[in-house]
Design a protein around this ligand. Structure first.
Ligand SMILES: NC(=O)c1ccc[n+]([C@@H]2O[C@H](COP(=O)([O-])OP(=O)(O)OC[C@H]3O[C@@H](n4cnc5c(N)ncnc54)[C@H](O)[C@@H]3O)[C@@H](O)[C@H]2O)c1
Length: 439
């Protein structure tokens, strides 16, 4: 991909209706992107089915949800959940009675991790064990699912899985420095990438974030063939990230959060969709804007690109509703600070030479640098401080709007998608939101 392929026009088609089935491949969290799609599927009258990643017992063994956890999750989803644990990644997998990758990492310390080496032959066995476990579980899920989707119905599989950070103390400390550290606490993301620890983490990201989409497409082949033969259609979507076009200097320009360690995995996810498309399977990765969710909270500064959405809302023919979004944000700031001051700070930040250097699409995902961390994390801290309450942020409001806008865009585009990889920039999100709110 040499340039982002942006969705520019609001999609109008919809093949999904009552009796069709929407399957969420990942768990649903309060602020998570998947809520946007689920809302649309419910509005269309579709049957909602979900999965669980399962839970770990006190010995780290993966288990299904208890009856209580299951009913809570089903209420939250508004649909039935197939209770077969689909935790992806191999950080806690190993052949019987052997050490897991997490066991191997647990000996690393903040002093030693850059020199510590891993036994790659052993890691490979763990990876194979994890993949076999996941694929077997997918097969069980698909067997149950097969009985739930009637002949001739349409099915919408929405992949939302991303993650794979192993739970070891040393990485928590490193992550705090790489994603949140500046000045003396700055740590180079390249140092992580060059270490065995980093290489293992990237392999695990590939499994969770990218390969699971492939396993989903392969695992649902029987259902896909049956539905297609009986007059139904099957669609697959996944959430990608590969930078976003936002308003900088009065123009929509591509920019990105750096360092996005999962970037390579997200490009593999795109490739899964491209390969599926070549085989006649309609799978689309939607590269979505940066928002604050349970998963992105770790990346300090990822939220900075959200602020210009306010300008995009006005630019895209925003009327009363768009202006009301500005008014809703104003009281969140401390007395004496205006929203215009805040937006000017973001404009200056984006126009700085430090940030401009990172707007390099072909070099993505780039490593961090001290200057970048200083500018990004510093600006992020300053902006949080000019709020009245750090739990009630302007970006919280804007994240909810982006999530709301992506729902109908992805849902309708997926009926007849233009290609396997599409970017949703602030322009189309703002257009969609203005349309929905009659602005
Ligand atoms: N938040 C952002 O800024 C942003 C931007 C673009 C794309 N995305 C993508 O959107 C999708 C949803 O993320 P979100 O930010 O809404 O957060 P979220 O926390 O709501 O969703 C994360 C999802 O990953 C699943 N998951 C986590 N670890 C897993 C594992 N080991 N095995 C299987 N599943 C696992 C969770 O069950 C959940 O469904 C992800 O693919 C994410 O990369 C997020």
């Amino acid at each position: 991909m040499h340039a982002p392929i942006a969705l520019r026009d609001i999609p109008q088609s919809n093949i999904f209706r009552k009796g069709d089935v929407f399957i969420l491949f990942g768990e649903l969290f309060g602020r998570g992107y998947a809520n946007g799609l689920i809302n649309e599927a419910k509005n269309a009258g579709m049957t909602i089915i979900g999965i669980t990643v399962g839970r770990r017992d006190e010995h780290n063994a993966l288990r299904a949800l208890t009856a209580e956890e299951l009913s809570e999750a089903e209420v939250n989803l508004g649909g039935h959940i197939i209770n077969v644990p689909l935790m992806a990644g191999f950080d806690l997998d190993a052949p019987d009675d052997e050490s897991t990758p997490t066991d191997l990492l647990s000996g690393m310390t903040l002093k030693s991790w850059q020199q510590d080496k891993l036994d790659w032959q052993h890691i490979e066995k763990c990876r194979e064990t994890g993949i076999a476990r996941f694929k077997n579980s997918v097969a069980r899920v698909m067997q149950e699912l097969d009985d739930m989707i009637p002949d001739g119905a349409n099915a919408f599989f929405a992949h939302t899985m991303a993650g794979g950070i192993p739970k070891v103390k040393v990485f928590l400390a490193i992550a705090n420095r790489i994603y949140k550290g500046r000045g003396e606490r700055f740590m180079s993301s390249r140092a992580l990438m060059d270490s065995d620890l980093g290489k293992l983490i990237l392999m695990n990201f590939d499994e969770v974030t990218a390969h699971t989409f492939q396993y989903l497409i392969e695992g649902s082949a029987v259902i896909r063939t049956r539905l297609t033969k009986t007059g139904g259609q099957v669609r697959y979507t996944a959430y990608g990230y590969h930078g976003t076009e936002i308003l900088i200097d009065g123009k929509y320009q591509w920019q990105t959060y750096t360092n996005y360690t999962q970037g390579q995995a997200k490009m593999r996810l795109e490739q899964v969709a491209v390969d599926a498309w070549d085989q006649g399977v309609v799978a689309t990765v939607y590269n979505c804007p940066e928002i604050r969710t349970n998963s992105s909270d770790i990346f300090a500064g990822v939220e900075l690109s959200l602020f210009p959405l306010l300008k995009a809302l006005l630019r895209e023919n925003g009327g009363r509703w768009a202006e009301a979004q500005w008014q809703a944000c104003r009281p969140l700031l401390q007395d004496g600070v205006t929203l215009e001051d805040l937006l000017q700070k973001i404009e200056d930040y984006n126009n700085s030479t430090v940030m401009a250097e990172f707007r390099n699409f072909t070099a993505w995902p780039m490593d961090n640098s001290e200057a970048l961390s200083e500018a990004m994390i510093g600006t992020s801290d300053e902006i949080i401080q000019i709020h009245k309450d750090r739990k009630e942020l302007v970006v919280g409001h804007l994240s909810a709007l982006v999530l709301e806008g992506t729902g109908p865009l992805m849902f309708h585009e997926t009926s007849n998608p233009a290609g396997p990889v599409l970017w949703l920039g602030h322009d189309i999100i703002a257009k969609q939101l203005n349309l929905m709110h009659g602005s």
